[in-house]
Structure formats: structure tokens, C-alpha cells
Design a protein around this ligand. Structure first.
Ligand code: ZN
Length: 418
């Protein structure tokens, strides 16, 4: 049997091949890659570029670089269109904005290097995702991103492993925290957050892994500490999860330095520090970096003056252009984060669906107990400095602003910090 079977198998192979060729001729599509899915909604936003913006073509197109805005849609659109800082932007609902036509060079990668080649903006298309490096992107965003990537891969013959995250190509000069040229200047779109496979980048080539870095391998740069954490994912899942959780809050701890949180922006005017004693400073105002106390919270990407006021306030306020995430960080969706809308309605993080619709002027309380009516008996717990009152007609007061709690109107609600 065994001896007689090889010729039989060979005959069958020839039969199968004949049939395969026959069907392929009959239906030529079957030999081609799967068709690209329906196009997402695309809005041309190029009219918002500055009048004097000088469009110029790229040297070549060899990479696609993925970013996250670290802001909401409104402020992302405003700041990206200001200088043509990306080619495309993908909103949380999947809508694509064309900020600058794909043929032109967008200044999106900054100081960058890949495989010895520098200034990656000269050789790449930039795509921004609205959101944060430490908060999941939406299903709709991955769908639109995948579509864009497939279209550009086809047009420019770009393999999966040359679609790269911004943090992988950016590099920084030596600073007070890292003594050599290094990876880790940028965090977007998130070592622990962005999924290559959900974006359709599923090649089995070893270069298609975020652990692959030709410049670190060659000793030109030193590695990003977050990549060392990413390495744990396969060897020690528990330690990985614990490390990611410890790094996701923007609070200074023994393991989480100002640089580790804000990276290149640690001493920038855009980074706001709120010390445990309530003092607020911008990164460019800080002199003594050795003395930053543990427990200091960082707020990133704070463009306008009033945002400092919003952060410093006893009860932080969402202002136009800022998101719940900007204030509450990764706690924004929790059931112990409360939102007091301008009209006095209260919701917690699990009750909100449309995050882009939160009105300006909404107050945010992070890690608070369920509000209770203020009574004669619970007045004493009201003395804690972090307690907040919602007085009828939607006036919000912090305990420090209320010299005499017994004078508050009946119907006042009290929020006590956990
Ligand atoms: Zn970026």
C-alpha cells in the first residue's frame, strides 16, 4: 500500500492543480487579494491649512506612521491643521479628515530615525487617531485606519512592517533623565494600547513586532523602557499587567518619573504639574527637578491659560477643547468619577455614552462616593477639605469655599472623597 500510493498521490495533485487553474481562469478574482472594504466617510479639511502653507512633495513614500492626538477631536483638528502636521486624522466615530493630501509632506514625525535613515516625515504618510496613548481606540477607528493602510500599502508597496507607530521611530537627545540618544521621546499611539493586528498588520515577519528596532539593535540608540515592559507580555503576564497599570496613571511614583510620564514634554510649558499641596506649575517654570514630590499629578498637552485654572480649581472643569480624559485620566469612565453638568444633572462615568457631547463647564470629581443629601447628622463629614457641595440651582462649591455648612440651603447634595 505504502509503496503503491506515491504515484496515486501525484496523479491527484495534477488533477487538483488542473482544476485550480481552470477555476482561476474562470474567476480571476479568486487569485487576487481580498477586495478592500467600503470606504469610510472622508472629509476634506485642507481649506483649514494656513493660506501661506507651502505644499511640497515627499522625497519618497516608504512608511506609514501612526499617531494619537492626545486630545479630543476639536483641539486635534485645530492644532494639526495649523501647520499641516499630519496627512489624515481618524475621529472616534471613524470619520476620516484629510488634513493634507497624501502626496505632500506633513511634518508629523519630528526628530526620528528608522534603520539609520533620519527625518522620517520626508518618507512617510502620517495618520493620527483621535485619542490617547493609554486609552483604547474605537472599533470604528480601527476599521477606517485599516482601510487607509490597505489603500496606501497597495499604492506605495509598503509591507506591514513598514507601517510604524510614532514612538518606534521618534528618538530623543540626551537629557537629565537619559544620558544617551534614545527611543521613548514619544509614547503615541501607545506601546500597551495600539493593536497592530486590529489595524490589519498581521504579517508573521519578525520585523512586524513592536520589539523589533534596527537602530537599538545596532547600538545607535538606547531602548524605550516601555519596550522592556512590553517584552514581559509573553513571559510574565501578571507582572506585565501590574507594570502597565502602574504606568498608566500620570502620577509621579518611585517607578514613574516626570520624563517617563511626559517624555520630551516634561519641561515644556504644555505640561502642567499639580503638587500634592495643590500648587500648580507649568513644566518650564520648574527649576529643581530633584525635589518633585511623589504623588504629583501631571496634565499633558495644556495649550491655553485657562486650562491651568481648570486643573488648579478645587473642582476641575471641562472647558471647550478639552476632554474628560484630560482631567480624569484613565479614571474617566469609572463609576466613582462624577460629572456635574452645567444645568446640575449628575452622571457617573459608566452612565455616559457620548463623550464628545459633554458640555463646556462640566465639573469632574474623581474617586468620590455616591452623593448624599446634606443633613444635620452628616454635616461633620462635610469638614473634609475635598468635600464638594451641589447647592440647588446648580451651584458647585468646594468645602474650602463654605465657611459655615449649616447655612447651605436644604436640598444640597454632598460629595465626599473616597
Ligand atoms: Zn505622534
Amino acid at each position: 500500500m505504502i509503496l503503491r500510493s506515491p504515484p496515486k498521490t501525484a496523479t491527484w495533485t495534477i488533477h487538483l492543480l488542473t482544476w485550480f487553474v481552470f477555476f482561476s481562469v474562470l474567476n480571476p478574482l479568486s487569485l487576487q487579494p481580498l477586495p478592500v472594504h467600503a470606504a469610510p466617510k472622508i472629509i476634506d479639511y485642507q481649506n483649514n491649512l494656513p493660506r501661506k502653507f507651502n505644499k511640497r512633495r515627499r522625497k519618497s513614500t516608504d512608511y506609514i506612521i501612526i499617531h494619537s492626538t492626545e486630545s479630543g477631536l476639536a483641539s486635534g483638528l485645530r492644532s494639526l491643521a495649523r501647520g499641516g502636521y499630519t496627512n489624515y486624522l481618524v475621529a472616534r466615530n471613524g470619520t476620516v479628515y484629510r488634513i493634507l493630501h497624501k502626496d505632500y509632506r506633513a511634518n508629523h514625525a519630528g526628530r526620528s530615525m528608522w534603520n539609520r535613515r533620519e527625518n522620517i516625515s520626508d518618507y512617510s504618510i502620517g495618520i493620527e487617531l483621535v485619542g490617547y496613548h493609554n486609552n483604547a481606540f474605537t472599533r470604528e477607528q480601527y476599521k477606517s485606519l485599516k482601510w487607509l493602510i490597505e489603500v496606501f500599502q497597495k499604492q506605495y508597496k509598503i509591507p506591514d512592517w513598514e507601517v510604524l507607530e510614532h514612538y518606534r521611530v521618534a528618538f530623543g537627545k540626551p537629557n537629565r533623565y537619559v544620558k544617551k540618544a534614545h527611543r521613548g521621546r514619544k509614547k503615541d499611539p501607545g506601546v500597551f494600547n495600539f493593536s497592530r493586528s486590529r489595524a490589519g498588520l498581521t504579517s508573521k515577519d519578525k520585523r512586524n513586532s513592536v520589539l523589533y528596532d534596527p537602530d537599538v539593535q545596532a547600538g545607535r540608540l538606547i531602548t524605550d523602557p516601555d519596550i522592556d515592559v512590553a517584552r514581559l507580555k509573553e513571559t510574565d503576564g501578571e507582572k506585565y499587567a501590574e507594570s502597565v497599570a502602574a504606568l498608566s496613571e500620570n502620577v509621579i511614583t518611585a517607578r514613574n518619573s516626570a520624563w517617563r510620564i511626559a517624555r520630551e514634554e516634561y519641561n515644556s510649558t504644555l505640561t502642567v504639574y499639580r503638587f500634592p499641596n495643590g500648587t500648580v506649575m507649568r513644566g518650564d517654570e520648574i527649576q529643581d527637578w530633584e525635589k518633585i514630590p511623589k504623588g504629583t499629578r501631571l496634565y499633558l498637552n495644556r495649550q491655553e491659560d485657562d486650562s491651568v485654572q481648570a486643573v488648579a480649581a478645587h473642582v476641575p472643569i471641562i472647558k471647550t477643547g478639552f476632554t474628560a480624559f484630560d482631567i480624569a485620566g484613565t479614571s474617566y469612565k469609572r463609576s466613582d468619577t462624577y460629572y456635574i453638568f452645567p444645568k446640575g444633572t449628575i452622571k457617573h462615568g459608566q452612565q455616559i455614552r457620548r463623550w464628545s457631547r459633554i458640555p463646556s463647564g462640566t465639573r469632574v470629581l474623581v474617586k468620590y462616593n455616591k452623593p448624599v443629601p446634606l443633613t444635620k447628622t452628616n454635616r461633620n463629614t462635610a469638614r473634609k477639605p475635598e468635600t464638594v457641595f451641589l447647592v440647588p440651582k446648580s451651584q458647585v462649591l468646594a468645602a474650602a469655599q463654605v465657611p459655615d455648612v449649616s447655612r447651605l440651603k436644604s436640598g444640597t447634595l454632598m460629595f465626599v472623597k473616597k
